[in-house]
Write a protein that binds this ligand. Structure first.
Ligand code: SF4
Length: 63
């Protein structure tokens, strides 16, 4: 399952990082770093929670 980021919508709030830190990281500048393009095995629940929690709806999943 692929992780899509709408970079225009991401404001670097970091909710995704707090829920799925292996996949999402917000650097000191508030820029999102995506550590995986595909949802890693065993992390689907965390990533789904992160996608749902993003306040700007910048994240989506594509199967
Ligand atoms: S929670 Fe949403 S807005 Fe915040 S860093 Fe993650 S993708 Fe960007």
């Amino acid at each position: 399952m692929k992780i899509n980021v709408d970079w225009d919508k991401c404001t670097g709030m970091g909710m995704c990082e707090s829920l799925a830190p292996d996949v999402f990281e917000v650097d000191d500048d508030g820029s999102l770093i995506l550590h995986a393009e595909e949802v890693p095995d065993g992390q689907e629940d965390e990533v789904r929670e992160a996608v749902a929690a993003c306040p700007t709806e910048a994240l989506s999943l594509e199967s």
